[in-house]
Design a protein around this ligand. Structure first.
Ligand SMILES: [Zn+2]
Length: 101
């Protein structure tokens, strides 16, 4: 079941790898986690060799796209209810509480 899989990314911590793995799996991709830490008996091997996330070659592009950090929200907006200028990164008007439209 490992044959033909491509290394998507290498991590120094299994936790970080599992976070990305969960994001990809929730998007429907098949992901495999590969560690050389002997089932946790040699955790320092993770630092030496890394924890690898593997995906099928046809999923590689989609997986990279999914793991891209979201661009920062830099757009100002105007509240449709009271006309107050909303700050980037906020989802509701600070003046009247109306959700950003
Ligand atoms: Zn408002």
């Amino acid at each position: 079941m490992w044959a033909g899989l491509e290394i998507l990314s290498t991590y120094t911590s299994e936790t970080d790898a599992r976070i990305d793995m969960a994001r990809l799996e929730s998007a429907g991709l098949i992901v495999r986690l590969a560690t050389d830490n002997c089932g946790g008996m040699r955790p320092h091997f993770d630092l030496d060799r890394g924890v690898r996330l593997l995906v099928a070659p046809q999923d590689l592009e989609a997986a990279r796209e999914l793991l891209k950090p979201a661009p920062p929200d830099s757009s100002h907006w105007t509240c449709a209810a009271c006309g107050t200028q909303g700050e980037p990164g906020f989802d509701a008007c600070w003046q009247c509480g109306r959700p950003r439209g």
